[in-house]
Design a protein around this ligand. Structure first.
Ligand SMILES: Nc1ncnc2c1ncn2[C@@H]1O[C@H](COP(=O)(O)OP(=O)(O)O)[C@@H](O)[C@H]1O
Ligand SMILES: [Mg+2]
Length: 271
């Protein structure tokens, strides 16, 4: 009856650091490994997941609430069976609806949970209440960081806020767009140095993704990099990260439920 779902929020504070590319390709690699993955696009920005994958949304959350479709109609099918809930389906409204609608959505999500191993949430840039809601509702938090002062500063600001305001103390770091493996470790070390001094948190290094032109090429072709360039350096790196993520302990408490996730999400948005 109880099926644990690993919910992972991919965030980082700053825009343009690679959150969406990491989310999509991590989703694809976990799917390739045989895991059942749903990717929730929680960013209404321009680089939407459905567009990146060349998918077309046919239904919206409004259709769901009006009883004109089920949660399964919202899901778009990507490579290797990866399921995508596109932002165009009204994900932003998800945190702004009334109690009855929340209940309907929570119920709808519970129809999915038997089949999912992972729910990956690709968040927007910044530390808006919407972003914070998604991040707080997730079980694991993955920070995508680049070796740029603004990226490190924004990631730090996010860690500080999550820790001081919500007592969250466990974060995973992915260094993106690194030119050398050493640079990847350095990004993590920089973040570790500032957080070690001021915060009581556990920061783990999940991996790094090299700067790779295949990423831009695949975005232009509206295909996922891991699907069309599986031998690219960045694809190998993401595969390694997927293997690491797949070894994370699966939540044993209800926080791992999609139902619980959506419940938390809407509860927090109500405040
Ligand atoms: N490892 C990488 N190597 C090269 N380009 C990258 C890499 N990761 C991301 N990019 C590029 O950086 C830009 C921002 O990536 P995106 O995933 O949309 O970031 P975010 O979601 O954080 O705003 C895109 O043009 C993407 O192609
Ligand atoms: Mg993005």
């Amino acid at each position: 009856m109880f099926h644990s779902v690993q919910t992972i929020a991919v965030t980082g504070g700053k825009g343009g650091v690679g959150k969406t590319n990491v989310s999509v390709n991590l989703g694809i690699e976990l799917s390739r490994m045989g895991r059942k993955v749903v990717l929730l696009d929680a960013d209404l920005g321009l680089a939407n997941v459905d567009i990146m994958l060349g998918l077309r949304a046919t239904h919206t959350i409004e259709d769901l609430l009006n009883g004109n479709c089920t949660i399964n109609d919202l899901l778009l099918e990507g490579p290797f069976g990866l399921k995508v809930i596109p932002a165009a389906s009204g994900t932003q409204e998800l945190v702004q609806l009334g109690a009855l609608q929340h209940a309907a959505i929570i119920n709808a999500f519970s129809e999915l949970e038997e089949d999912i191993d992972y729910l990956i949430i690709d968040t927007a840039a910044g530390i808006s209440d919407t972003v914070l809601s998604f991040v707080r509702a997730a079980h694991e938090i993955m920070l995508v960081v680049c070796n740029e002062p603004t990226s490190i500063t924004d990631a730090y600001a996010m860690l500080k806020l999550m820790n001081s305001r919500y007592n969250l103390d466990r974060f995973h770091v992915v260094a993106n767009m690194v030119k050398t493996p050493q640079e990847g470790r350095e990004v993590y070390q920089k973040l570790l140095k500032v957080t070690d001094r001021f915060m009581d948190i556990a920061l783990s290094f999940t991996g790094m993704v090299p700067m790779d032109t295949h990423i831009r090429k695949s975005v232009r072709r509206q295909k996922a990099m891991c699907e069309i360039y599986p031998d690219a350096a960045a694809a190998h790196a993401i595969r390694k990260i997927a293997t690491t993520v797949d070894r994370w302990p699966v939540p044993t408490n209800p926080r791992g439920h999609t139902e619980f996730f959506v419940d938390r999400l809407v509860q927090m948005a109500a405040h």
